[in-house]
Design a protein around this ligand. Structure first.
Ligand SMILES: Cc1cc2nc3c(=O)[nH]c(=O)nc-3n(C[C@H](O)[C@H](O)[C@H](O)COP(=O)(O)OP(=O)(O)OC[C@H]3O[C@@H](n4cnc5c(N)ncnc54)[C@H](O)[C@@H]3O)c2cc1C
Length: 433
């Protein structure tokens, strides 16, 4: 193990994936987290009202999320994801009562579009080409400028998946981000779109195994440590201020700031970051799903958008949910339960419930906010940034968070190999002339 320490601040998925990569490379890692537990926006906790462990929000991974799956392989927990062996998405329309199953074929050539039984009912083949221009776009513009955001297929497919991916009302969403998301999923064929869920909870899959991996690699993890300031000299970070305790950095130490964009804005005001956010509201009901309830159900023409079935509870996701932040939790639970009960064949009696409102769930995936995302490399030689809000080319997702963590780790590793080359050259000069 080398003498330098890499200080990773923020133990969300981005910080953890950076720490894992660095520990893997044999570097000494110190990870700091402001909260009392790791995981950030991707975590589980015990909920008293439900007497259950629940996630802060339902998280869906797709089989094409290569970096996220690589991260799970490294920490040994890919097996904790569950999902069908093919891309299958069940939908229900609350207004018409129709139900259907979307079944893209495995390969890139989308022959499934020719089979009306695999498509959305009532839709024509040509409607599936609506987002084609987003796949090729290189300009900073909103989706509404290059795609028709209306019509039956938009309401039943493009709208729901774009809203889920961007967490932003699709018409105002960034066409670049929508294109990147579609390129890596539907346009890459069914094998890239198999839905995957951490059925035993987010922490058991994404967080705890990473902490165990870090402990086994001699990393230190300090919870309850909020970074309050960074001291700089000669274009390098030289100290970290955690309030009651200060950390002096050695000459070859490096820092990865894997905190949310609003925290970076306070710590490093000269760096421009996204500053507009969108909410996600989740409802959790303690009731066992019915035997035939799909793992995920897309809901059209309802308040609920996606219904997830776990072993002992059923959860609902509503993205782009800012309009609901001021609605009372009781009203939200009652309204969502009416829909869940109608679709799942449950009685009207409301089971134990919980509502989780994540106000700043993700940055707003608009062209303006996307343009504010900074690269991982900073003007300080030993400081890199990580987080789903940095310039990953993707919307705010686990996949983006892991890529950002890996990118920051690569910058640190590159910096170290340069130092190593310089040091070796100096030693050679001193010893051999
Ligand atoms: C409700 C919800 C549903 C979602 N659904 C999905 C989904 O289905 N699929 C998907 O791919 N993604 C989903 N996401 C997005 C995904 O959760 C995020 O992209 C990812 O977790 C971001 O990780 P991160 O490490 O970049 O940031 P964070 O998780 O925000 O981590 C930052 C960490 O830094 C810590 N911190 C902050 N300030 C300081 C400080 N000063 N000092 C030390 N530590 C500090 C924070 O406590 C936090 O732990 C969802 C998000 C939410 C909220």
């Amino acid at each position: 193990m080398s003498g330098a320490t890499i200080h990773v601040v923020g133990a969300g998925v981005a910080g953890l994936s950076a720490a894992v990569r660095l520990a893997d490379a044999g570097l000494r890692v110190a990870l700091y987290e402001a909260a009392g537990a790791a995981g950030g926006r991707c975590r589980s906790y015990y909920d008293q009202a439900l007497d259950l462990m629940i996630d802060n929000g339902n998280h869906l991974l797709l089989s094409g999320n290569a970096a996220a799956l690589d991260y799970l392989d490294r920490i040994g927990s890919r097996g904790k994801l569950r999902g069908p062996s093919a891309a299958v998405f069940d939908f229900a329309d609350l207004r018409s009562g129709e139900r259907w199953r979307l079944r893209p074929n495995d390969g890139r050539l989308p022959w499934w579009l020719l089979d009306p039984r695999r498509r959305v009912p009532g839709t024509a083949l040509r409607e599936y080409f609506a987002p084609l221009r987003t796949l090729r776009t290189t300009v900073t513009t909103s989706l509404r400028d290059i795609m028709t955001c209306s019509g039956l297929l938009y309401d039943r497919l493009w709208g729901p998946i774009l809203l889920a991916g961007l967490n932003t009302d699709p018409p105002e969403g960034s066409a670049l981000l929508a294109g990147a998301m579609l390129r890596e999923t539907l346009a890459a064929g069914g094998m890239a779109c198999r839905p995957l869920i951490a059925v035993d909870g987010l922490s058991a899959c994404f967080i705890e195994p990473a902490l165990a991996y870090l402990a086994a690699h001699n990393a230190t993890v300090r919870l309850g440590q909020r970074l309050r300031g960074v001291e700089f000299a000669a274009k390098r970070a030289i100290g970290l201020d955690f309030g009651p305790h200060q950390t002096r950095l050695a000459e070859d130490d490096a820092v990865i700031l894997a905190v949310p964009s609003f925290a970076v804005q306070e710590l490093l005001p000269d760096i421009e970051t996204p500053d507009e956010f969108r909410a996600i509201v989740n409802a959790h009901f303690r009731i066992a799903p019915s035997a035939d309830q799909p793992m995920i159900l897309g809901v059209v023409n309802g308040l609920c958008q996606w219904i997830f079935a776990y072993r002992a509870h059923v959860s609902v996701t509503i993205s782009g949910a800012d309009r609901l932040l001021n609605v009372s939790r009781e009203d939200l639970a009652a309204a969502m339960w009416r829909e869940v009960a109608a679709l799942g064949g449950f009685g009207p009696k409301l089971p134990p419930w919980q509502i989780v409102k994540e106000k700043r769930a993700t940055f707003a995936a608009t062209p303006i906010q996307n343009a504010k995302r900074p690269p991982a490399r900073t003007c300080w030689a030993n400081v890199a940034l990580a987080g789903d809000w940095t310039q990953t080319g993707l919307p705010a997702t686990i996949e983006g968070a892991v890529r950002s963590g890996y990118r920051a780790a690569s910058i640190v590793l590159e910096g170290r190999s340069k130092v190593h080359v310089r040091t070796t050259a100096r030693v050679r000069r001193e010893h051999y002339g």
